[in-house]
Write a protein that binds this ligand. Structure first.
Ligand SMILES: *[C@@H]1O[C@H](CO)[C@@H](O)[C@H](O)[C@H]1NC(C)=O
Ligand SMILES: *[C@@H]1O[C@H](CO)[C@@H](O)[C@H](O)[C@H]1NC(C)=O
Ligand SMILES: *[C@@H]1O[C@H](CO)[C@@H](O)[C@H](O)[C@H]1NC(C)=O
Length: 575
């Protein structure tokens, strides 16, 4: 299973090698820690491109550009220090090569961050040099020969294995561990800390020293003495002695939202500012440390569980915010159980991080949104690696059985179908990637082909110039969607009702065009694959409207006490 995360974790952050291992061993499956040579190659090409373009934009030397890049990086997580360490080791070679007009592909092959294995194609992002590749590479090798270069001779997996980086890697791991002092993963899934699967991912804990206190539970003794479910409503009305939780929430049918999803559900996002030389400044990397400790996901702004105001200025709100607006008793009852690279198959490895007690907690709306990775992988021979409808059926039924034994009665499960990803190629292939905008030399078609060549594409099937392959991928996606539809129509479970909803990206595109937008504006610019914040919020809005129309019981009633809750409890303690 290729996780798109792998590719882009290393990419803009090639300079920040320890961060590859920062996948936080506590919370992440270990397979993430190993990176193929392909990821290192992508990372190198990206960073060298940025250095080259910074020099161009500021009319500076390569040395100046490298120093500029490091100076922009924050001190946090030793980002700046690591950057300086790396230019100290590789800087002089990069200077020599770029000064001799070699491009990033040549630089990275010369330094052996990219390798062409025997019998394998040559992978390159930029158009090939006019003179023969072999000749160019030989010339480049001559240029750096005199300096004893420290070749990238790690296992090809973790750049922390480079001796000069071992120490800093250790420091970063320690810094991260110390930043979550009270986190005890086994006993308490809720946190007072935002990142590392904290409250960016599920409702903030309101009493970290009491395990029986967490968002989504049925109130303990109507929360007379403390806010046992963290919804900000507790205590007793002095006027009549009635507990507020009873007065405002009893019979309001509170419920939470739980997403079982992939990188789209977690809102994977690499800021274009991190790789666009012409816009780069001291402010560009402010959000980087947080993003890194959130696995480059932004669940706090996602379509299902986002709770922050959108950064893109559209009126649509996440499912969670709409549930809260409908019934303020639902405050903080959200869980984003999504992982980069998640599929019907590997969901079983992390579904246990879902927190719901059949008796103690309120019912939940669970959205099952494995929208891509069952057909998306980076393999050269990608079709045989896709999930078959039979296997898919089996996987999904396993998940449903698990849910039936963990969700309170009266819950709801909504399947999201898979999209038809052909819009990616159709709308992006001849547009310039952020790296290619300055010199008009990298299109998405080139990026896709580079990633496919290295076998690190998040989705070879759709991110491909091969129309037959794209069509095959869409056909498989449709078969899998039909499998979900069939299960939803046939199967019955005691603790939840089951629904199917089409993943109607074409409807979002139409709506966006009606507002004067272009389809490509709905896709993450750096990875050329994920739906962006606008698309995610529009999709969430669509889902809400359809559910409200067809199955209003899923969403529950509007709570008539919302205004009083606001009057007594203000913002209910925030998020
Ligand atoms: C760039 O810098 C060089 C050397 O400092 C100078 O000769 C040249 O005029 C500069 N070009 C621009 C466009 O500023
Ligand atoms: C948190 O829980 C502990 C243990 O139950 C309790 O003593 C304390 O008062 C609680 N704190 C708040 C702010 O409710
Ligand atoms: C396109 O993809 C199909 C299906 O995988 C494959 O059979 C065919 O050889 C590919 N065509 C080219 C030109 O690679």
């Amino acid at each position: 299973m290729q996780s798109p995360w792998k590719v882009f974790m290393v990419a803009p952050l090639f300079f920040l090698p320890p961060l590859q291992s920062l996948a936080s061993p506590l919370y992440e499956d270990q397979s993430r820690l190993s990176h193929s040579n392909g990821h290192t190659c992508v990372g190198c090409v990206l960073v060298v491109s940025v250095i080259e373009q910074l020099a161009q934009v500021h009319n500076s030397t390569v040395q100046g550009a490298m120093e500029r890049l490091c100076s922009y990086l924050p001190e946090k997580l030793f980002l700046k220090t690591t950057c300086y360490l790396i230019i100290d080791k590789f800087g002089s070679d990069i200077i020599k090569l770029l000064s001799a007009d070699m491009n990033a592909d040549v630089v990275c092959h010369t330094l052996e961050f990219c390798k062409q294995n025997i019998g394998q194609p040559l992978c390159h992002l930029y158009p090939l040099p006019k003179v023969a590749w072999e000749f160019t590479l030989e010339k480049a090798r001559q240029i750096v020969k005199k300096s004893p270069i420290l070749k990238y001779s790690g296992s090809g997996s973790d750049i922390c294995s480079l001796p000069f980086l071992a120490k800093i890697c250790q420091k970063i791991k320690l810094a991260i561990e110390r930043s979550v002092p009270f986190k005890d993963v086994d006993s308490d899934k809720y946190s007072i800390f935002p990142t590392l699967r904290g409250y960016h991912w599920r409702g903030r804990d309101c009493n970290d020293s009491d395990e029986s206190v967490y968002p989504g539970r049925r109130p303990n003794n109507w929360d007379v003495h403390q806010d046992s479910n963290c919804n900000g409503i507790w205590g007793v009305d002095p006027k009549d002695g009635v507990p507020y939780e009873k007065k405002f929430c009893e019979g309001s049918q509170p419920r939470g939202i739980i997403l079982l999803g992939d990188s789209a559900g977690a809102h994977f996002h690499i800021s274009p500012e991190w790789i666009t030389a012409s816009q780069m400044s001291l402010n560009s990397f402010i959000s980087l440390p947080t993003a890194l400790t959130d696995e480059l996901d932004w669940p706090q702004l996602s379509g299902a569980t986002g709770f922050l105001d959108s950064t893109v200025g559209i009126k649509e709100k996440s499912i969670y915010l709409r549930l809260w607006k409908r019934n303020h008793c639902n405050h903080r009852d959200y869980q984003n159980i999504a992982r980069n690279g998640a599929s019907s198959q590997n969901l079983k490895t992390f579904i246990e991080s879902l927190s719901r007690h059949t008796m103690l907690d309120h019912p939940a709306i669970v959205i099952y949104a494995m929208i891509g990775n069952d057909v998306c992988n980076g393999k050269r021979d990608t079709v045989p690696a896709m999930t078959t409808p039979e296997k898919f059926y089996f996987n999904v039924m396993q998940t449903l059985k698990y849910l039936n034994s963990h969700l309170p009665k009266g819950s709801h499960v909504i399947f999201y179908g898979l999209p038809d990803g052909t819009f990616l190629w159709d709308n992006l292939h001849n547009r310039y990637h952020p790296l290619g905008q300055l010199n008009k030399d990298v299109t998405y078609a080139q990026l896709y082909s580079f990633l496919n060549c290295l076998q690190v594409s998040p989705c070879h099937g759709w991110m491909s110039s091969n129309k037959t392959l794209r069509t095959l991928t869409s056909e498989r996606a449709e078969q899998l969607s039909n499998t979900l539809k069939k299960i939803a129509a046939k199967e019955k479970f005691t603790n939840f009702n089951l629904f199917y909803m089409e993943f109607a990206f074409h409807e979002i595109i139409q709506e966006w065009q009606k507002r004067g937008g272009q389809p490509w504006q709905l896709i993450e610019p750096v990875d050329g694959f994920h739906p962006n914040e606008v698309a995610l919020l529009m999709l969430a809005d669509r889902l809400w409207e359809k559910v409200q129309l067809q199955w209003p019981q899923v969403l529950g009633k509007e709570n008539p006490f919302n205004p009083q809750i606001k009057e007594v409890f203000g913002d209910q303690g925030g998020h």
